[in-house]
Ligand binder design. Structure first.
Ligand SMILES: NC(=O)c1ccc[n+]([C@@H]2O[C@H](COP(=O)([O-])OP(=O)(O)OC[C@H]3O[C@@H](n4cnc5c(N)ncnc54)[C@H](OP(=O)(O)O)[C@@H]3O)[C@@H](O)[C@H]2O)c1
Length: 248
């Protein structure tokens, strides 16, 4: 996608991958609006990046999505990139009774939230000369980590939704782009110092380079094996991958 001259709204821009991409786009001269629930984080990031703006958002709350999307359209009529990056990840046990709160909050935040957000802004995006909807899914959309089964299911569903939306938007000004991170050193699952995870800055450098191409799917080199495993013979590697993640 074009990496300059955009007005970009990004969810989860107060931390981790979202913050990194928001800052990279800001430094390239794009107008960037970050969002999330934690006001203190949003203020910290906008203060560190003069000109960047923020809006408080709770993706679990449809009224918050409606309010933020309306505010975006009124305040930033040039908005042409909606980046659904926010997400939550918690351990679960698909072999036992699931915690109802974990189930609903994960599906609401990771799947319903981005779908509602994009739906609220899609007619606005279609009026722009060049527009894009981005989703941060995960390599776990393609090869699941069994200890986070609900999370992986939301990311697989998001990938599927992105494929359908890309097809439906063919011939319009709106592109649909998926970012498929590997395990990356962020706060997610307390991974900032995890040696098996990709250092955040390395992930951001490779991702921004790929994002600047015409690819629909941004997959860093280290995520390719896991992304490309899905298919009729996927089971042996699902086991090998889960053993590696679980330290077996
Ligand atoms: N790190 C990895 O290993 C990895 C790998 C593959 C994919 N991903 C995906 O990358 C994305 C970013 O994650 P990250 O690694 O950068 O972790 P992170 O630092 O924890 O970022 C997650 C962001 O989502 C926001 N968020 C969570 N719930 C929200 C809600 N209800 N409403 C609005 N915002 C909400 C959080 O902000 P608030 O808490 O302030 O709301 C936070 O800024 C996620 O979609 C994640 O699934 C991460």
């Amino acid at each position: 996608m074009k990496l300059t001259g955009n007005t970009v709204f990004i969810t989860g821009g107060g931390s981790g991958i979202g913050r990194g991409i928001a800052e990279a786009l800001h430094n390239l001269g794009n107008k960037v609006i970050i969002s999330g629930r934690r006001k203190n984080l949003l203020e910290e990031v906008t203060k560190a990046n003069p000109g960047m703006r923020s809006l408080e958002l709770d993706l679990e709350n449809p009224s918050s999505i409606a309010f933020v999307s309306q505010t975006l359209i009124e305040r930033y009529p040039d908005l042409n990139v909606v980046f659904n990056n926010a997400g939550i990840m918690e351990f679960d046990d698909a072999a036992a009774i699931l915690d109802e709160n974990l189930l609903t909050s994960t599906i609401t935040t990771n799947l319903l939230g981005p779908i509602r957000m994009t739906s609220a802004l899609i007619e606005h995006l279609k009026k722009q000369n060049e527009a894009a909807v981005l989703y941060t899914t995960s390599w776990l959309a393609f090869t699941p980590f069994a200890l986070t089964a609900v999370y992986c299911a939301t990311k697989a569903a998001m990938h599927s939704y992105a494929l359908s939306q890309r097809y439906m938007l063919r011939g319009t000004s709106v592109r649909v782009i998926e970012i498929v991170p590997p395990w990356t050193q962020t706060d997610m699952l307390n991974s900032t110092k995890e040696p098996r995870a990709m250092p955040l800055q390395e992930f951001l450098n490779e991702t921004m380079r790929l994002l600047g191409t015409d690819t629909d799917e941004v997959v860093v080199e280290g995520a390719k094996r896991v992304r490309n495993n899905a298919g009729p013979n996927e089971h042996p590697y699902v086991i090998e991958f889960n053993n590696w993640l679980s330290g077996v």
